[in-house]
Write a protein that binds this ligand. Structure first.
Ligand code: SF4
Length: 160
């Protein structure tokens, strides 16, 4: 059985910034948990951030730029949490490489886990195309990242 990394909050762990989880009940998600050996992880907790924590956004439109040192992750109370986000991303990559994980299903729109949309960086509730810091690092190393909205695509990849 192949291993698939899944955001801890999608698996029901209360690790989100607001102290809640984001459990999934779709048929596709249930099928994923049956067909794969699920490895749960939260990059932000692994990076040393507490739960709950102030929401944070990437101040440029892309996690890749944060990895490259050209952008930052800033909390709503103006604290620079770039270092914690980068550490969490690195720990996630280390885990994937140690466990030969090539597929991930991560939480859409998160500044760590987002895979097609992230918040604009202005705390205005606006989403823009882009991916989070952890997703960026995983993709740079060839790991395929999907979201809770594209689980069917993850299943297709799993069954290849
Ligand atoms: Fe969920 Fe990822 Fe945010 Fe952790 S960092 S709470 S796993 S979306």
């Amino acid at each position: 059985m192949k291993k698939v990394l899944v955001s801890a909050c999608l698996m029901g762990q209360k690790v989100r910034y607001d102290g809640n989880a984001l459990p999934q009940e779709s048929q596709a998600f249930q099928r994923l948990t049956q067909l794969a050996d699920i490895v749960t992880f939260c990059p932000e907790v692994a990076g040393g951030l507490p739960t709950p924590r102030p929401p944070a956004e990437i101040n440029v439109a892309d996690g890749d730029l944060v990895i490259a040192g050209k952008g930052k992750v800033i909390s709503v109370d103006a604290i620079d949490v770039t270092q914690q986000f980068a550490l969490g991303a690195q720990k996630t990559l280390d885990l994937c490489q140690q466990q030969n994980i090539e597929i991930a299903v991560l939480t859409e729109s998160s500044p760590s886990c987002g895979s097609s949309l992230i918040y604009s960086g202005e705390f205005a509730g606006e989403k823009i195309p882009g991916h989070g810091v952890t997703t960026a690092l995983l993709r740079q190393h060839g790991i395929k990242v999907f979201s809770q909205f594209t689980v069917e695509d993850a299943l297709a990849e799993l069954e290849l």
